[in-house]
Design a protein around this ligand. Structure first.
Ligand SMILES: NC(=O)c1ccc[n+]([C@@H]2O[C@H](COP(=O)([O-])OP(=O)(O)OC[C@H]3O[C@@H](n4cnc5c(N)ncnc54)[C@H](O)[C@@H]3O)[C@@H](O)[C@H]2O)c1
Length: 253
């Protein structure tokens, strides 16, 4: 690839939250960005933010846990935007419950979106990365990977993503592809707002309570995570691979 050619980034779960902030940030870094989410229409706001700033973006409806939809999405992105060589596996869902109340379907849903989704997307995109002899994969893990009450499914999936990341780094390194994980702590998004609602707290009170437990004394923003992802996806990060970066306002236990 010539240095003037635009790299194409794929960000999943990019209709809102961390994914949307990441898509906008990567576009600001000069990437063309495929904005993937379950509902193509829901991607419109993110795409408009990017195009309004002079960038290139494409809205793509795709369930990342569906093998055929993932392949179709990557084929469409390659045809309409260009061969993707940056992938951010960000799509995620919560189905929190204590073990004795957790259904097998809540376990499967979380595994399928986070782990199977990241596997399917990585497998579909790797061909383009290998052909280009360049690639950047970032998987969204979580502080919950270290264990979190009420999240056996999510904690296992987020720890699993760290193993997936390290293995991708080992398998694909010789093709110029790096893989890293960003593991956020508490970030103010619809996901944490839904958790506040589930536990019967107002979101402001929920964030204030969380902030008291964080060394920098505030909760994170989607941009805090987008900044870390921008580093890992940059050309300058080519010797950083297989790492997990906790972005949580302080060290975790
Ligand atoms: N918010 C936090 O505090 C926090 C902390 C640690 C990790 N994370 C992780 O960061 C990522 C983004 O979180 P967020 O807070 O922005 O969440 P969010 O709920 O605001 O956004 C997630 C997006 O993923 C999309 N999505 C869900 N299932 C999908 C599927 N099968 N296919 C395609 N898209 C799908 C949703 O429609 C939504 O737009 C997730 O992986 C989450 O687990 C979040």
């Amino acid at each position: 690839m010539s240095t003037t050619e635009q790299r194409v980034a794929v960000v999943t779960g990019a209709a809102r939250g961390i994914g949307a902030a990441t898509a906008v940030r990567l576009a600001a870094e000069g990437r063309a960005v495929a904005v993937i989410d379950l509902d193509e229409a829901a991607c419109k706001d993110t795409v408009e933010q990017i195009t309004a700033a002079g960038g290139r973006a494409l809205a793509v409806g795709c369930d990342v846990s569906d093998e055929a939809q993932v392949q179709a999405a990557i084929d469409r992105i390659a045809a309409e935007l260009g061969a993707p060589t940056i992938l951010v596996n960000n799509a995620g869902v919560l189905r929190d419950n204590l073990l004795f109340k957790m259904s097998a379907s809540d376990w499967d849903t979380v595994m399928n979106v986070h782990l199977r989704g990241a596997f399917l997307m990585s497998r579909a995109v790797q061909k383009h990365m290998v052909d280009a002899k360049f690639g950047r994969i970032v998987n969204l893990s979580s502080s919950s990977a270290l264990g979190n009450r009420g999240q056996v499914n999510y904690a296992a999936a987020k720890a699993g993503l760290q193993g997936l990341t390290k293995t991708l780094a080992k398998e694909l390194g010789k093709f110029g592809v790096t893989a890293n994980s960003v593991a956020p702590g508490f970030i103010a998004t619809d996901m944490t707002a839904a958790t506040a609602e589930r536990v019967g707290m107002g979101f402001d009170d929920f964030q204030a309570a969380a902030a008291t437990q964080i060394p920098v004394q505030r909760v994170g923003t989607p941009d805090d995570i987008a900044n870390a992802i921008a580093f890992f996806t940059g050309d300058a990060a080519g010797f950083v691979s297989g790492q997990v970066l906790y972005v949580a306002g302080g060290p975790l236990n």
